[in-house]
Design a protein around this ligand. Structure first.
Ligand code: JEH
Length: 228
């Protein structure tokens, strides 16, 4: 999969060189290319922002650098999904990650300031499939952190990216409940004990205990995930 990210803070994406993604890139499963939007400006100050028509607080990203970046980065055949990370987008879900993991080419357009001139989105829609996606219902200072989270969620679904293919299969068959609590050795640590049932060797009983824990935890912290 080819992934491009366009940002005025390309250094953020160095986080993706670590572990998981680093290995996928070495194996050439993921070709991630990060672009500095300021490289597509022509003035001495590399200006990417301007004041909004109609007034209002703050600055917006001006369209010209984005247009030049898209003209260089987007493929001519239209087989690309351009994602504008945005507080006004649909919320990113695991289902979104599964959809995007099937794509050949994704371009993340990461805004800053108060966002990007709407014509940039409209122009992108003439060159590929456009989605506005929000990481979640909280306000970030720009789209980079959201894009990094999305890349990580998408990349780990691509065969060969994570070592343990079994855990992905398990995950895809998961029941929409929260995880049960997990324990490893030692059986007693600082007077805290691992639940007896997990040491019993009774696999049917362990499976029942884990399911009960999942249901209890989901009711308590995420009742919205339960049916009705
Ligand atoms: C933030 C891209 C580009 C900050 C505030 C406002 C909210 C509501 N989950 C996410 N949160 N924030 C972003 C995101 C994602 N994905 C995100 C971005 C950009 C993504 C610039 N910014 C900064 C920014 C304006 N407020 C947005 N409103 C609470 C109703 C109030 C207005 C715009 C842009």
């Amino acid at each position: 999969m080819r992934i491009d990210a366009i940002s005025i803070f390309p250094e953020y994406f160095k986080a993706l060189d670590i572990s998981l993604l680093g290995k996928a890139r070495e194996k050439e499963i993921i070709d991630l290319r990060v672009h500095d939007l300021r490289d597509f400006t022509h003035d001495k100050h590399k200006t990417v922002d301007d004041s909004p028509y109609g007034g209002g607080a703050g600055m917006l990203m001006k369209p010209e650098p984005w247009g030049e970046a898209f003209d260089e980065i987007l493929p001519a055949d239209g087989n690309v999904t351009i994602i504008f990370t945005s507080p006004a987008g649909e919320q990113f879900k695991q289902a979104t990650a599964y959809e995007l993991a099937k794509e050949d080419h994704i371009v993340f357009a990461c805004g800053r300031y108060e966002g990007i001139d709407q014509r940039v989105v409209d122009y992108a829609a003439t060159k590929g499939r456009v989605r506005l996606i929000s990481l979640g219902d909280y306000v970030l200072n720009g789209g980079e952190v959201a894009a990094i989270a999305m890349v990580e969620a998408i990349a780990r679904l691509i065969p060969g990216v994570i070592g343990n293919a079994e855990s992905l299969v398990e995950e895809s068959h998961s029941d929409g409940l929260l995880e049960y609590p997990s324990y490893t050795k030692p059986a007693v640590w600082r007077e805290l004990e691992v639940p007896d049932v997990l040491l019993s060797g009774n696999h049917a009983l362990i499976a029942k205990w884990r399911k009960d824990q999942q249901i209890e935890r989901t009711k308590r912290v995420r009742p919205d995930l339960l049916p009705e």
